[in-house]
Design a binder for this molecule. Structure first.
Ligand code: HEM
Length: 582
């Protein structure tokens, strides 16, 4: 098999299993189900920081050496460690998360009053989204990605199910019991928090053991992962503290003065550190841009990790001490500076290096990742405005709610969707179930988030009198629910799609392409002919879904007619390529 930059790794491994030894030599713990990643080799090399030419040279040498019994060929197993976490996150957000949020929002809009809601319900929604939707997604992805970026095996895999069981039990107990006016069940609230603490400690133990077991050189992303783990542990214990206070004082609502800054400690500490770590390690390949500016992302690391605890403590005491109030107003500037510095360091809006421009692959996730950072800019701007609005005023509370939404939906949820749409098909070695549905999700989520963030601000600036802004705000949650519903369906279908083990199809072995040959059969039996199709302008052949569908019905004659390509010239080029293989 002639290897070129668009050679799909799973096809290469399929026809030359001996190449797996080369991938193993580079310690490349393989993703991609039982047949290997559905990724072009040039992208794989960039993503794993391996020199493409050296890799191809060694792969060709392995092929020349051939297979046979003396070569131990590693077996590929599909690692599904992430699946239960991601599926539980989707179920939680589509039930007590976004659906609940959309109902609450419509109720607030109908009542024209943000204080019309029993706040314990909002906190239950908030907890379901923070620890359920976001927490479970990060836990699932981290358990899969960290061993691969650290080129090691996941340690204590036997503890993962216990970790999963405890967090799900803790979450459900908390979400159900906190708003419930049932004295007899109150003891279950501290129990829920203890279950969550045990799970998060287990997760931290597994991840830190895995990171420290790696012999890979320490990358700049490492300390972001470790800081993220520490903030996750701190959040779990602060959460426990808040719950004990709630239980001891027989309250249903955690005092807002503590809960709101806690939400930001969890987001800016745990969630941002994990997202930044994964972005630093992967965005340069995903968006085909230069690697990060290490100095800049280092500044972000230290400024964020010093500012977050100050932010949390000063906001708690802002009502009782002028010093704390001034500090809480000042600390948002270094945080915003750190976020802008990270965007500069990550080069997220910079031009592509074009290194992978000739590589054919689905890049639909790129706009989602970039849009997430646009929302991070919106978040930072709102953060900078808040100190100038009267402390504790209605206007400030509206801006605070918009900030929460811009960061939780605009940045974090968008990032989760962008990465899940790229990573999960890669984990499985298949394509996303529907790229069309991915685009619909992108449009609906941005529409809903835009309507929510800006209408809630306008509700505030119109001092809550404007029916129009309330109406827009009240509908925004349903756009987001539709977006996440479609995304959940699309991802669930993708996760349930098994990577088909290539059964030797009874198609006759193609020795020569003729005008009647089906386009699909040519590429299927001679993957290297894909380049010929692309060179002759059949760009949609780049899309594996179209190849698999239209390609099975379109003959060479039909295709050349449709694209007014000279059939003789095209057939000659194809058969030249095929004869090389014979
Ligand atoms: C996508 C659709 C969503 C809708 C319709 C929604 C709706 C709401 C509503 C109506 C409130 C109370 C009003 C306010 O404080 O602004 C609220 C608060 C909250 N939401 Fe959501 N939400 C959504 C997504 C999320 C996500 C993705 C997260 C977290 C990852 C989240 C976490 C929270 C938290 C923590 C609060 C309480 C904030 C505080 O009191 O300081 N929400 N949400």
């Amino acid at each position: 098999m002639e290897i070129n930059r668009n050679t799909i790794i799973k096809d290469l491994i399929e026809s030359h299993p001996e190449t797996l030894t080369v991938f193993k030599k580079y310690n490349l713990v393989i993703a991609g189900g039982v047949r290997g990643p559905n990724e072009p080799i040039a992208f794989f090399a960039k993503a794993h920081e391996v020199d493409y030419d050296i890799l191809v040279k060694e792969l060709n040498e392995a092929i020349e050496r051939g297979g046979g019994e003396h070569i131990e060929i590693p077996k590929l197993e599909e690692d599904k460690v992430y699946e239960v976490f991601v599926k539980a996150a989707i179920v939680l957000t589509l039930t007590v998360g976004v659906t609940f949020g959309a109902i609450l929002l419509s109720y607030i809009a109908i009542k024209l009053n943000f204080h019309s809601i029993y706040y314990a319900l909002i906190q239950a929604h908030g907890h379901a989204q923070l620890f359920g939707w976001v927490g479970l997604c990060i836990m699932g992805f981290a358990l899969y990605i960290i061993p691969r970026v650290k080129n090691t095996e996941l340690k204590h895999r036997n503890l993962v199910n216990i970790c999963y069981g405890f967090i799900i039990a803790g979450l459900l107990l908390r979400i159900i019991v906190q708003p419930l006016p049932l004295r007899a069940a109150r003891f279950l609230i501290p129990v829920s928090s203890i279950l969550e603490i045990i799970s998060i400690c287990l997760f931290a133990f597994i991840i830190l053991k895995t990171i420290f077991s790696s012999r890979e050189k320490v990358g700049i992303f490492d300390k972001f992962f470790k800081a993220g783990i520490i903030w996750f542990l701190i959040s779990a214990f602060i959460n426990f503290g808040m719950i004990v206070y709630l239980y001891k004082h027989a309250l249903h609502e955690i005092p807002r003065i503590v809960f709101s800054p806690f939400v930001h400690l969890y987001l800016f500490g745990f969630v941002f550190m994990f997202i930044f770590a994964i972005n630093i390690r992967t965005v340069f390949a995903f968006l085909d841009i230069k690697p990060v500016r290490e100095k800049a992302v280092n500044v972000t690391f230290w400024v964020m990790n010093i500012s977050v605890p100050i932010y949390f403590i000063t906001h708690i005491f802002a009502n009782n001490s002028v010093v704390a109030l001034r500090l809480s107003q000042f600390i948002v500037f270094p945080i915003a500076f750190a976020l802008f510095t990270f965007i500069y360091g990550l080069r997220i809006f910079e031009r592509s290096t074009q290194e992978l421009q000739d590589v054919v692959m689905d890049r639909s996730y790129a706009k989602t990742i970039r849009t997430a950072y646009l929302w991070l800019i919106v978040t930072s701007v709102i953060l900078l405005i808040i100190p100038f609005l009267g402390h504790g005023s209605e206007l400030q509370q509206r801006f605070h709610g918009s900030l929460n939404h811009a960061v939780t939906v605009g940045f974090i949820t968008m990032m989760i969707i962008g990465y899940a749409s790229k990573m999960i098909p890669t984990f499985k070695g298949i394509d996303m179930y529907s790229l069309k549905l991915s685009n619909v999700t992108f449009i609906l989520l941005n529409t809903g988030c835009f309507l929510r963030v800006f209408s809630q601000i306008l509700v505030g600036t119109s001092s809550g009198k404007s029916l129009f802004y309330y109406a827009i705000m009240g509908t925004s949650g349903w756009f987001e629910l539709a977006a996440l519903g479609i995304f959940g369906y699309n991802l669930w279908k993708t996760m349930n799609t098994a990577q088909e083990i290539k059964q030797p199809v009874s198609t006759t072995k193609l020795t020569e392409a003729t005008k009647d040959t089906k386009v699909f059969d040519v590429v299927d039996q001679y993957p290297e002919t894909l380049q010929v199709f692309l060179d002759f302008g059949f760009s949609q052949m780049a899309n594996p879904v179209l190849r698999n569908t239209m390609g099975r019905v379109a003959s060479i004659e039909m295709a050349t007619k449709m694209h007014s390509v000279d059939i003789d010239k095209f057939l000659k080029a194809l058969n030249d390529k095929i004869s090389l293989k014979k």
